[in-house]
Design a binder for this molecule. Structure first.
Ligand code: THU
Length: 139
């Protein structure tokens, strides 16, 4: 991924924070998901009064993409914080890592954690989910 694409991913993820529906935690998250052909799918977290139906920003982006027939991905960017103030890197929860495992190559899929366009870290899915269980394991 080139520098311009990384910055665009961060900017797009930041823009999604305003759509976050987080009345219970007030922890607002935005995500941008880059498909193999260069399209960006967006997501925000969507909470629920019953708590467990809550969907993370990452999964919102994945489910939007997959529901449009897109299944090949290069990277995801995640940003967020209390009241939408992004001051630290936030990492995907275990459930989101498992959803990534379903559609992405853990060796190559890039996870961009960002605070702003100048401050970010990039990790592979394998780094965040070592020895992950995936479709190949049950084939
Ligand atoms: N959340 C995300 O959307 N993504 C993450 O990577 C971490 C957590 C959401 C879920 C919930 O709405 C709120 O943040 C607090 O856990």
């Amino acid at each position: 991924m080139d520098e311009r694409t990384i910055k665009k991913m961060i900017k797009t993820a930041m823009e999604q924070i305003r759509f976050s529906y987080a009345p219970y935690s007030d922890f607002k998250v935005g995500a941008s998901l880059l498909s193999e052909n260069g399209d960006i799918f967006t997501g925000c977290n969507i909470e629920n009064a019953a708590y467990s139906p809550t969907n993370c920003a990452e999964r919102t982006a994945f489910f939007k993409a997959v529901s449009k027939g897109v299944r090949d991905f290069q990277a995801i960017c995640i940003v967020g914080g209390k009241s939408g103030n992004v001051t630290e890197y936030i990492t995907p929860c275990g459930v989101c890592r498992q959803v990534m495992m379903e559609f992405c190559n853990p060796e190559t899929f890039q996870i961009i954690l960002a605070v702003d366009e100048e401050h970010y870290r990039i990790l592979t899915l394998k780094e965040l989910l070592p020895l992950g269980f995936g479709a190949e394991d049950i084939s």
